[in-house]
Design a protein around this ligand. Structure first.
Ligand code: THG
Length: 367
C-alpha cells in the first residue's frame, strides 16, 4: 500500500519518536492521529504479545473530558448504561448511541470525581456530538480534549514491568479500576484495562512532555523481560472478540446487534439519548447480531471492505474483520449475521476479495 502522507491533520503522538525508533512498519489513522498497526509482522507481534510484554502507543484513544457540576448528568445523557452505581476509581465500557439507537462510539468512561470524567473514545468524532449535546441542553459543563495520551502495557509480563516502574502497589489495581501513581513527580492515572485479552494496564499520560521519558523508562526497566513496542493486534483482538468501531459496527447498528446489550440498562438509564429506540429493540430483540466466524483453510486477504455472507446464494450477513490465526488454525473473523443463520455450526459462504470461501458460525470467540 502507498504511504500515509505526513501532515498536521494526521496528528503525531507524544510517543511517535519512540515508535519510529522501534521500527514501526505500518500505521493507520484513528481519531485523526497515527496508530501503529505492525512492528515485526502481525504474526510475530501476536506471538510476542502472548508470551512477553509490549508497550503500545494508543494515544489515538483520545479523551473527551467533561468537567463541571453537570458532568455526571451529561455522561448519563450520552449512554444507555446505568451509571448511578459508578464511583471514582472505576472505568465503564459504555455504548454511545444517537436518537435512533445507532452506535456512535464504544468508549471506556473513566470517572475521576463527581464532577470530572474522561471518555476514552473509539474512532469517531465524539467530541463534536458531546459539545453539541452540552450546548443544546444548556449544561454547566466544560467539554474538551485534554493533553492526555494513553500508553498501554499489555501481555503476561505486564504486572512485572509495571511494578518495576510504579512500585508493587500497581499489582493490586483490579480490572477496569484505576489508581494514581507517581512518575518523576507527575501524578498519573493507571487502569487495569486495554485492547487485548492478554492482561495489562493503560497509563493515561497527562502532559505530552512526559511521553518519551515514560516510554524510555519502561524499555529500560523491561530489557530482561524482552519488552517490545507493540500495538493492538488484529489477530489477537478478533480471537478475543474485541470489536472495532467503524469496522465491525457503525451508526447502522444498535448495541444489541453488537452484542453490547449487556452494557445497556435502558429501562433505568433515565434521560439517555436513544432510550425510546433502544427500549423497542430490547423488547423485540435484534434481527441480526455479531458472531464469531471461522473461515477454514488458507489465509484470507486483508478485510478492507465488508464481505457478504451468503447461504444458498442469499445474503444473510457480512464479515467485517478477518485474519489467519497461528494458534487456532484457519482464519478467525467477526461478522454480523441474520437471525435465521446465526446459530453455532451454521455453514455459510463468505465472498472475500479473493473469492468465495466456506465459513462457519461459532458458539463464541476464541479467547
Ligand atoms: N482502552 C481505552 N480506550 C479505548 C479502548 C481501550 N478507546 C477505543 C477503544 N478501545 C474502545 N473500544 C473498546 C472495546 C473493548 C474494550 C474496551 C474498549 C474492552 N472490552 C472488554 C471485553 O469485551 O472483554 C471488557 C469490557 C467489560 O467487561 O467492561 O476492554 O481499549 N482506554
Amino acid at each position: 500500500m502507498a504511504l500515509i502522507a505526513p501532515s498536521r491533520r494526521v496528528r503525531r503522538t507524544p510517543f511517535s519518536d519512540g515508535v519510529e525508533a522501534a521500527g514501526v512498519k505500518g500505521y493507520t489513522v484513528y481519531n485523526h492521529m497515527l496508530l501503529p498497526t505492525v512492528f515485526e509482522s502481525v504474526q510475530a507481534d501476536y506471538r510476542h504479545l502472548k508470551e512477553h510484554v509490549q508497550v503500545w502507543d494508543v494515544a489515538c484513544e483520545r479523551q473527551v473530558e467533561l468537567r463541571g457540576p453537570d458532568a455526571g448528568r451529561l455522561m448519563q445523557i450520552l449512554t444507555p448504561r446505568d451509571l448511578r452505581g459508578m464511583l471514582p476509581g472505576q472505568c465503564f465500557y459504555v455504548p454511545i448511541v444517537d436518537e435512533t439507537g445507532g452506535m456512535l462510539n464504544d468508549p471506556v468512561a473513566v470517572k475521576l470525581s463527581e464532577d470530572r470524567y474522561w471518555i476514552s473514545i473509539a474512532d469517531s468524532d465524539l467530541l463534536l456530538w458531546t459539545k453539541g449535546i452540552a450546548y443544546g441542553y444548556r449544561l454547566d459543563v466544560l467539554v474538551d480534549e485534554p493533553d492526555v495520551s494513553p500508553l498501554a502495557v499489555q501481555g503476561p509480563k505486564a504486572d512485572e514491568l509495571m511494578a518495576r516502574v510504579f512500585g508493587d502497589a500497581v499489582r493490586a489495581v483490579k480490572f477496569f479500576r484505576y489508581g494514581h501513581f507517581d512518575f518523576q513527580g507527575h501524578d498519573l492515572v493507571i487502569a487495569r484495562s486495554g485492547y487485548s485479552k492478554q492482561g495489562g494496564f493503560e497509563i493515561y499520560v497527562e502532559g505530552s512532555h512526559i511521553g518519551m521519558p515514560l516510554w524510555d523508562a519502561l524499555f529500560k526497566a523491561g530489557a530482561d523481560l524482552n519488552v517490545r513496542a507493540g500495538c493492538p493486534n488484529l489477530i489477537e483482538r478478533i480471537e478475543g472478540g474485541l470489536l472495532s468501531y467503524g469496522n465491525d459496527m457503525t451508526r447502522e447498528n444498535t448495541p444489541h446487534e453488537c452484542g453490547l446489550g449487556r452494557f445497556c440498562n435502558t429501562e433505568t438509564a433515565i434521560g439517555c439519548i436513544g432510550r425510546d429506540a433502544l427500549l423497542r429493540v430490547a423488547r423485540e430483540g435484534p434481527v441480526q447480531q455479531i458472531r464469531a466466524i471461522e473461515i477454514p483453510g488458507e489465509p484470507v486477504p486483508a478485510c478492507d471492505r465488508a464481505w457478504e455472507l451468503t447461504a444458498k446464494g442469499r445474503r444473510v450477513g457480512q464479515v467485517t474483520s478477518a485474519a489467519a490465526s497461528p494458534d487456532f488454525g484457519g482464519n478467525v473473523a467477526v461478522g454480523m449475521v441474520r437471525m435465521t443463520h446465526w446459530d453455532a455450526g451454521t455453514e455459510l459462504v463468505v465472498e472475500t476479495s479473493a473469492g468465495s470461501r466456506p465459513a462457519v458460525v461459532r458458539e463464541g470467540f476464541w479467547i
